[in-house]
Write a protein that binds this ligand. Sequence first.
Ligand SMILES: *Cc1c(COP(=O)(O)O)cnc(C)c1O
Length: 422
Amino acid sequence: MQFENTLAFARKLDRIDPLKKFRTLFHIPKVKGKAVLYFTGNSLGLQPKVTKNYLAEELTDWAKWGVEGHTHGKRPWLYYHKFTKKGLALLTGAKPVEVVAMNHLTVNLHLLMVSFYRPTKKRFKILTEAGAFSSDQYALETQVKFHGLDPNEVIVELKPRQGEFTLRTEDILARIEHHNEELALVFFGGVQYYTGQFFDIKKITQAGHVAGAVVGFDLAHAIGNVKLNLHKDNVDFAVWCSYKYLNAGPGAVAGAFVHQQHATNFNLPRFAGWWGHYEKDRFQMKKGFIPMPGVDGWQLSNHPVLPGAALLASLEIFQKAGTKNLHAKSFLLAGYLEYLLNQVDAAKAKFIILTPAAPQARGCQLSIFMKQNGKKVFDALTKAGIIADWREPDVIRVAPVPLYNTFEDVYRFAEIFKKALN
Ligand SMILES: *Cc1c(COP(=O)(O)O)cnc(C)c1O
């Protein structure tokens, strides 16, 4: 598309946007009575108006039924983890048996590493991106120590080439091939939280499997943002949180994916709880853990119904919007933002966009690396009614989200950013 740097053009894109009505389904925060320009759906997604009703329904059933709500409620609580499977499967490109909402992201990462990181004398290394989200780093480090190994010898962190900001797929693949039979696990973000780079999940998984390693992904910044095909791509396992692009609210119930090929591999070691136990016998309270087939067999506890209701409310919006529409708009929003930013500073004297320019290598987030006065510029944006995100030491992350951001939002951002720079 040939973009234009005018408000009229931005408004035209909004008029022809097939998702334009979806913005009205969300609460847009206000400052001094004015709707903010919200670009932090990658950190905490906005609240769907319908979420309150979903929560209220469960509170009503609890009031009305007490414990009987487990079976008599409108959505019986006993089966609550099943209600979000369809939506999660759609967004991850998975089968319902492969996805479940449970726990929190880091908890799920630990649980799945117990099963999928099985170091041996010869094959014990983990390949991952340098500068991964802190919680992922801590999980890997402590899992390695749990096996009595030294993280410095086990964890191989891949850095971009000198003078580059993101990893080249060819370099990731070469590194996998290089470590080959030493590799027990390849673990990457789906979309890197800092740079916004969308890794080539298919190629990384293929290469990892050729090397004989297990391959897992953290989809915190990928789910609800980019197109995922976890089943087809043969990813072994994945985890995510639901409060970022999934709009399920602060501290939302997270999720996990285990590929169908592992669904009935009951030899995998695991830390178990009763909700992962064979469903028909769950209430017999008998000795001997029999796992449910599929990812459900990794559940520990009964489902958190209130967070589950908030997730369900949000997923139903995604299902209505359709992933094709979402990805098409995301592509345009990020493209328009990039176009406008490049006009602000064509010489790249003041900032550089770290996020890859190739649309298949990013989602809707652009990370702006500030060459000078980064924090000052960011504070000026905040003062002007923009909610963006500052990441130390010098990056402003901006994520126009296709469900509720407009092209006019993006245009206004660029105008304010230009003023803040000068
Ligand atoms: C947001 C995020 C987390 C947060 O972990 P929680 O367990 O949800 O607190 C972890 N990893 C990545 C990559 C993230 O983006």
